[in-house]
Ligand binder design. Structure first.
Ligand SMILES: [Zn+2]
Length: 81
C-alpha cells in the first residue's frame, strides 16, 4: 500500500533530485503510488513554466522549489528550475 498524506520536504526533495528516474522507479523510491508521483511531477513542470498558483503542489513544495532555484532540473523538460 502506498504511503498516503502530504509529502514531507525531504520526500519532495528526493523526488525533485530524482528527475531522471521513471515514474515507476520514483514511486518505488518514495513509497508513493505512481499516480501520486505523476501529480507532483506535473505540478513541478506547471509551476516552473509560470503557473505559480497551481494547486498540484503544496505550499511546502513551492517553497522548496523557490529556495532551490537553479539547482534542480525538470523531469519533463530538462529545463533548470
Ligand atoms: Zn518542465
Amino acid at each position: 500500500m502506498a504511503r498516503p498524506g502530504p509529502w514531507t520536504q525531504s520526500e519532495f526533495a528526493a523526488l525533485a533530485k530524482g528527475h531522471a528516474l521513471s515514474a515507476e522507479d520514483a514511486a518505488a523510491a518514495s513509497g508513493r503510488s505512481k499516480g501520486a508521483v505523476d501529480v507532483v511531477r506535473e505540478g513541478v513542470c506547471v509551476y516552473h513554466r509560470g503557473s505559480r498558483d497551481t494547486t498540484l503542489l503544496s505550499q511546502l513544495q513551492k517553497d522548496y522549489l523557490d529556495a532551490n532555484r537553479g539547482a534542480l532540473i525538470c523531469w519533463r523538460c530538462g529545463a533548470g528550475l
